[in-house]
Design a protein around this ligand. Structure first.
Ligand code: CTP
Length: 421
């Protein structure tokens, strides 16, 4: 797994309490570590019944802690283990969080290393509850949850599904990728895009020909979803207007699903009328069948001719509304090209009144539609003074779509700062 800039060298205390879901948290410890975080795992005695501290030590490459009473002879910074770990932490996550530990945290009890750390820590606290549905629904637990929420504690889940007891209901630990999403959402808050509203469009559009057929394109939505995630990592409020795709919504994004260009146009216009930035990564179809058959078309003996009509240009509509409202203040377009990349991109930058265009050659197998990686050229109107000042155009090497998203957001940040005056 690639590193995540938000997590690089950040200190995360991962508290593990005694529930059967504790084994699932090994995946989180591993992913956080691979993403670049320094993860200090603290287990309760009960948690060690389910997973050995050694497992976490192997996954994080750091000592895992259980007892308050380590001695210096054990080579651990004991005297102040709880204070030291708590003060160094950028985030404390408790997963799974049992009803018992949540009750302690709600009351401010400090009777083991984990609860003591939670009391000493100044950083944000994220709890991922996991317990039997009856325990979760109990008024005592719900009152504790409400009290913790009031204090600004963040919650991930619990999810619905089948419990270890065989019962169905709410109480399952959220999956590791969701948990990682919550970590990013909480840790990213207050980042350089805090207070900014960013709209991202992603994925393809579909224009129906009949009830079972449509005209579309090969966009996977990955670059747009990576942009949405990167903006959340920087603290932005994100609206994600998504064409049909199977990708999971980044935690924290408000997702609006659309199918046709008309729906995409309405959703983007409505979301961006008060937004700070629009990143138009969607591969919007330029043509739609002129007629949509009400019933499934039957095949005949001859070739079939389908007349196509032009669809709306979403960015043209955005440019028109921006001329009136001044919003969004920054508009970024994307250009998928198969020839004359820079010339075509420059023409679109001008014609669509964009501040920045991200151009990629979609003929390369390792870049563009469907690939995990991308190779793009960034083209702005003029070099923007700021930390990300780069020549125009800037040809970036092959990198992951998340890394491309980071570079695009560096530019967006500079453009927003420049427009703040
Ligand atoms: N776009 C749009 N509405 C359309 C078509 C494209 O808003 N009907 C946006 C895309 O989201 C992208 C940019 O315009 O940000 C450029 O898209 P692209 O398909 O490369 O360019 P087109 O304008 O469609 O031009 P062409 O297909 O002729 O290259």
């Amino acid at each position: 797994m690639e590193t995540i800039s938000l997590l690089e060298s950040r200190r995360v205390v991962l508290g593990v309490t005694g529930g059967i879901a504790a084994y699932k948290v090994c995946a989180l410890a591993s992913r956080l570590t691979q993403a670049g975080a320094e993860v200090d795992v603290v287990l309760t005695e009960a948690a060690t019944r389910f997973v050995a501290p050694l497992t976490f030590e192997a996954l994080t490459g750091r000592p895992a802690y259980v007892s308050m009473w380590h001695t210096a002879a054990e080579g651990l910074p004991t005297h102040i283990a709880h204070v030291g770990l708590a003060h160094a932490a950028d985030l404390m996550v408790v997963a799974p969080a049992t009803a018992n530990t949540m009750a302690k945290l709600a009351r401010g009890l400090a009777d083991n290393l984990l609860s003591t750390l939670a009391l000493a820590a100044q950083c944000p606290l994220l709890l991922a509850p996991a317990m039997d549905v009856g325990m979760w629904c109990h008024p005592a637990t719900q009152a504790n949850v409400a009290r913790l929420r009031e204090r600004g504690v963040a919650f991930a889940g619990p999810a619905r599904g089948r419990m270890a007891s065989g019962l169905e209901g709410e109480g399952r630990l959220v999956e590791a990728d969701q948990l990682l999403g919550h970590v990013r959402h909480v840790l990213g808050a207050g980042g350089p895009l805090a207070g900014r509203h960013v709209v991202v469009s992603a994925g393809p559009t579909r224009e129906p020909l009949d009830p079972v057929r449509f005209l579309s394109n090969a966009s996977s939505g990955r670059q747009g979803f990576a942009l949405a995630q990167a903006a959340i990592d920087r603290g932005a409020r994100v609206t994600l207007v998504a064409g049909p795709t199977h990708l999971k919504t980044p935690v924290g994004a408000d997702r609006i699903d659309v199918t046709t260009v008309g729906e995409m146009e309405d959703a983007v216009l409505e979301a961006s009328v008060r937004a700070d930035a629009l990143l138009m990564a969607a591969a919007v179809g330029d043509y739609a069948p002129e007629e949509v058959a009400p019933e499934k078309l039957k095949k005949g003996p001859h070739a079939m001719v389908v007349r196509l009509m032009r669809t709306a240009d979403v960015l043209a509509a955005v440019a028109a509304s921006r001329a009136e409202s001044g919003r969004p203040r920054v508009v970024v377009g994307f250009a998928a090209e198969t020839e004359d990349l820079v010339e075509n991109a420059r023409a679109k930058l001008e014609a669509k009144n964009l501040d920045l265009i991200v151009a990629n050659d979609v003929t390369a197998p390792d870049a563009g539609f469907g690939a995990e990686t991308n190779r793009v050229v960034l083209l702005g109107r003029e070099p923007i003074p700021g930390p990300a000042e780069e020549p125009e155009p800037t040809a970036l090497p092959l990198m992951t779509k998340l890394a491309v998203a980071e570079r695009v957001l560096d530019r967006v940040q500079d453009l927003l700062q420049a427009s703040d005056g």
